[in-house]
Design a protein around this ligand. Structure first.
Ligand SMILES: [Zn+2]
Length: 272
């Protein structure tokens, strides 16, 4: 009996050793990098501060005992523009790509978390929303497996909304702070596409939406100012208009504001 048991243990060990361990290398690298982040936080030196005359300002480091990790304040939604969940996961587990997200959601609704919410993923890139100029530092990134041309599947959107509800509660994320990649990087990004169901999300408390506009704005309504109030970077106004229309109008992507577009913008502007 004992021999059988030993044999079973040996065979099990052999099977484990031979079974494919996908992403084992990525797991090891992530663990090492988490250690590096923690070590960096552990090196506590007094700040070096010098005035305009070159005099050093007296400074020291005395540790406080009351702290926690920082919490995310925004959720940024993307589409992967790739053809499968596996391909996106592969992209995010290779160091040379230098891109990542906290979560990836498949067309079938499968949710894959790839990084702790309180660490900084590399999903937004050069980005701006309101006065926030580094969206990676304050947001959770969610990638939806979608090639950019197809509708988003019901299982995928259902899983997304369950995840968003969890994140909203856990981190107390304001309703207006569920936005898209193209909102925060209008000059560079087109995701999520015009097919993304922003209204459905807003109906469930994730992002703002307009009420049926009752009155058009006056002739002197300042479109640029209104877009800026919502959060858009208007340094390239046509790009900001397209991003706004991709999110809130979802009819066309012309860089011009028609009467309906202005009504929607005016309605939203009053909410912000
Ligand atoms: Zn994106």
């Amino acid at each position: 009996m004992k021999t059988h048991y030993s044999l079973f243990i040996s065979l099990s060990a052999l099977l484990v050793a031979c079974s494919p361990k996908p992403y084992q290398e990525a797991k090891k690298i992530q663990e090492e990098k988490v250690q590096q982040v923690a070590q960096k936080m552990d090196v506590n030196l007094a700040p070096v501060l010098v005035d305009s005359l070159g005099n050093t300002i007296p400074s020291s480091y005395i540790p406080t005992v009351n702290f926690g990790s920082r919490k995310p304040d925004f959720v940024i939604i993307h589409h992967t523009a790739q053809d499968s969940l596996a391909l996106t996961i592969k992209t995010f587990t290779l160091e040379r790509t230098q891109v990542s997200a906290h979560y990836v959601i498949g067309r079938d609704g499968q949710v894959v978390q790839m990084l702790n919410d309180e660490l900084r993923a590399w999903h937004a890139g050069l980005s701006k929303w309101g006065n926030n100029v580094d969206m990676n530092s304050c947001s959770i990134g969610i990638e939806l497996d979608n090639n950019g041309l197809e509708p988003f599947s019901d299982p995928q959107i259902n899983s997304l909304m369950i995840l968003l509800a969890k994140l909203k509660t856990t981190y107390n994320i304001p309703t207006a702070n569920f936005i898209g990649h193209s909102d925060v990087a209008p000059k560079r990004k087109q995701d999520p596409s015009i097919l993304f169901p922003w209204k459905k999300l807003a109906d469930n408390g994730f992002g703002l939406w307009y009420k049926t506009p009752d009155m058009p704005p006056s002739a002197d309504f300042d479109i640029e100012n209104a877009l800026r109030r919502i959060g858009y970077d208007t340094s390239d106004l046509p790009a900001a208009i397209i991003a706004f229309k991709r999110h809130f109008v979802q009819i066309d992507l012309n860089p011009t504001m028609g009467d309906w577009d202005k009504c929607v913008l005016y309605n939203l502007y009053k909410k912000y």
